[in-house]
Structures are given as structure tokens and as C-alpha cells.
Design a protein around this ligand. Structure first.
Ligand code: ZN
Ligand code: ZN
Length: 235
């Protein structure tokens, strides 16, 4: 059979940019099975604001007045490899990397006794300009992986990013909060059942300013329960 144009360009692409494991450089996959096994599930639950341990990751009573989020779920331990994977996916546009984490996400969801199929997943949106630059939204990919495993509904356009700004990396917590304030707007045409729990999905939780800004907009528009879900927490 004659190879199609896209197949030929794929072959050329693979010769120019061979796929190698990011960690051990073995050829064939972005993350080989041995290195994937080194990624650990995050198995602690605590208040995302003060860090006090609890049973499900909810915001504690003491921190509740200062948070729009009701809780935070963290799926993977933050180590050199997970950080490298997330950065490469985001800045080098390697979407397959996030899909490669599927076995780990499945393991996390199997262990999370509180996970409900009634949750609605809503990815943190990118500004349209950023989306066009990158070609995909990494949070949307994470939602798709979860949907494949657990069948949760995804609402891709519940929130809209209306402010374009530069990456938050390197900014202090206060500056991040100011930078992101007013960045999200609810899409009224796509607003669903306000009684269902919304899980706002992002790749990383650093100071929490992005998820808090999204939760603030949802709460202001009648949603009662808004949680965050991320791959890793930390810098
Ligand atoms: Zn490897
Ligand atoms: Zn707390």
C-alpha cells in the first residue's frame, strides 16, 4: 500500500525528532514503563490553604472564609520527573506526555474513595490567543483522560478566559492573585445544573490563585460546590 502524505510526514518527523524517554533516554516512548513506575500517587489529603491533614482534601472550617474553593484533590507526587513532564507538555506542546500519565491517573481515581460520577469536570480555560499558540489546552487533556477512566461529564466552556496575560511563573503569591483577578467569566449559555459539584481541573496548583479565581466566578453565579483537581501541587 502506498503510504499517505501524513504518514510520510510522520516518518520524517520521527527521524528528525526521535521519541525518547525523558528520564532514561530509551528510544520509543516519551516515558517508558520503568520510569512511569517511578511516578507516585499523592496519597495525602489536607486543607489546601493551611495544610492541615483531613480525610478528603476539603478546605477546613478555619480557612473557609478565605477560600472560594471547597477543596483540592492532588493526583501525583511532585518530583523532578512529574514537573519535567508537565513543563514539556505545556511549553513544548507534547500533548502525548499527558496521555502517557493515564495509568497513574487511573490508579489515583481507583484509590480515591470520595470520587463521584456525578461530578462535572471543567478545565481551566486558556485565553483564545494562548489556545491558538499552543494548539491544545493541557487541562482539557487531563479532563479527557479522567472521562475515559471514570466517565465524568466534561463542560469545556463553562468558564472563559477573558484576560490575556503572561505566564505566572516567578511571580509572588500576591502578584499572581492581582494578575489573575477578573480573568474568568462564566459562559451563561453553557451554565448547567448549579447543584452539581464542579471540579475545576488544572495541571499545577502553586499558590492557588488560578483555581480560586475560577471558583470565585462560579460561586458568584450560583454554583454551590466547587473543587479543584490538579496533577501536582507545588512550585
Ligand atoms: Zn525511561
Ligand atoms: Zn485550613
Amino acid at each position: 500500500m502506498k503510504p499517505s502524505g501524513s504518514k510520510i510526514s510522520q516518518i520524517i518527523w520521527d527521524i528528525l525528532f526521535p521519541i525518547k524517554c525523558l528520564s532514561c533516554h530509551r528510544a520509543g516512548e516519551w516515558l517508558c514503563a520503568d520510569c512511569l513506575a517511578k511516578i507516585k500517587i499523592y496519597s495525602y489529603y489536607h486543607c489546601p490553604i493551611c495544610g492541615q491533614e483531613n480525610k478528603n482534601g476539603s478546605v477546613c472550617g478555619y480557612c473557609r472564609p478565605s477560600s472560594f474553593l471547597d477543596g483540592l484533590l492532588v493526583m501525583l507526587e511532585n518530583n523532578r520527573l512529574t514537573k519535567q513532564l508537565i513543563n514539556l507538555a505545556k511549553y513544548d506542546f507534547i500533548v502525548d506526555l499527558l496521555k502517557g500519565l493515564e495509568p497513574k491517573i487511573a490508579e489515583y481515581l481507583r484509590r480515591n474513595l470520595f470520587w463521584r460520577d456525578s461530578y462535572v469536570l471543567a478545565p481551566i480555560p486558556l485565553h483564545r490567543r494562548k489556545f491558538l499558540e499552543r494548539g491544545f489546552n493541557q487541562s482539557q487533556i487531563i479532563c479527557e483522560v479522567i472521562n475515559k477512566i471514570k466517565g465524568n461529564e466534561i463542560n469545556n466552556s463553562l468558564l472563559e478566559k477573558i484576560k490575556y496575560h503572561h505566564p505566572q511563573v516567578g511571580l509572588s503569591a500576591d502578584k499572581r492573585r492581582v494578575n489573575i483577578t477578573g480573568s474568568f467569566k462564566i459562559n451563561q449559555n453553557n451554565s448547567g445544573d448549579h447543584d452539581r459539584t464542579i471540579i475545576l481541573v488544572d495541571d499545577v496548583y502553586t499558590t492557588g490563585s488560578t483555581l480560586e479565581a475560577g471558583a470565585k466566578e462560579l460561586k458568584a453565579n450560583g454554583y454551590q460546590n466547587v473543587w479543584g483537581l490538579v496533577l501536582i501541587k507545588g512550585q
